[in-house]
Design a protein around this ligand. Sequence first.
Ligand code: CTP
Length: 428
Amino acid sequence: MKDVSSLMQSRIKGNYVALFNSIAQVAADYQVGVYVVGGFVRDLLLNTKNLDIDLVIEGDAISFTKKLAEKFDGQVESYEKFGTSTLRLEGRISIDVATARTEYYSYPAALPEVKPSKIKSDLFRRDFTINSMAIKLAGQGEFFLIDLFNGEVDLKNGLIRVLHDRSFVDDPCRIFRAIRFEQRFDFCIEDKTKKFINKAVESSLIAQLSGDRLINEIKILLNESSQVKCVDRMRELSILQTIAPEIFVDDFHWIVMEKLESALVWADMLLMPKKPEVWFVYFYTLFMVTKDEVFKGMMERLHFPRNIYSRMCSERECLTSAKQDLNKKKELKPSEVYDIFSKQSSETVVLLLAICSSERVKKYAELYFEKYSMSAKIELNGDDLIGMGIKPGPIFNDILKALCDARVNGQVKSREEEIILVRSRFVK
Ligand code: CTP
């Protein structure tokens, strides 16, 4: 075990060191071994900020977390089925606590069966050497690195390496993780590990993942800032083709994907009511195919969760109709621009910009968010219309639409002018 106490003191904020000291104290009282594991340790050695704390306890994680919560006055959420807990502390600090465990996979890509163990076996069940290090919280200001698989050397050499040859068989999600870490840190997947990935891909192990697990990994990957490089790497390793042969990523996909970054920066400056979800715009682009039947068939076959399926379908419809409307004629009236953009999600707006990539679309979108969406507010309501002697019915929608158009087009600027418009057009 290597003493990393001074590294911890110099790289981690003082209040975190104090927190670890207090955790070590509880572990000593409780007579269990406690370790920080995974990404936190990796990022500490890389000197990269990571405040996601994962603890492993050589004992019962749930009762240990309850003891921590008493000491720190925190909130505990426990997952009895998995024997894990999350402790939430003031200042939005959240700590995941798990019992050290060995995992058994009854068949490839299955969820593992677990048995309590010591830290050594817990580290052996993990994905890559760089993620399989732990720091023992040994006492006040005493921190020791446990590195059984030379993770530190791999970190220095920039290598993503699995611990054993069945790693991707046990959990094919790790294929995506390997790419994610490789691209995030500008590392390289080590040769043997790459061969294991090739073998797993050839054996269609990805197809054995449930739609939920597949989408979850893709989502995390597309939220990385290096997502385009990750997609390119997936293509290079034939992973994209394995997920869906239809998503043959051609020049058009790349052009759109490369434009998404600047479209997202541009969207960030607009007064959008909801910021676009980054992963979703990339996800949509990736699964963008021309033919409707091919798109629907692919979505169904991949068993993505229902909400993703319907979101993809509605996005496709919105994009198609918005593209058609925007291309109809040269200049659009403000109310026409309003009609087009008020129906779109913020993700569609970003996609529209990246796909159409015209100054015109950008201009209309800016006008919509900066001006028309605000001027569309009307003052009259249903009660006012009834007060004017109009019977409730479908006509109400026509009136409200006419008022909204008139507001956006600048023909009406006050409540009084709204009343004049309703009287002249809708009251006999
Ligand atoms: N892990 C694993 N196999 C997986 C997922 C996770 O072995 N399929 C282990 C790794 O040791 C990993 C730890 O669980 O470090 C925590 O996983 P996670 O929070 O997903 O990843 P991090 O390594 O913390 O990476 P990130 O910075 O992306 O959060």
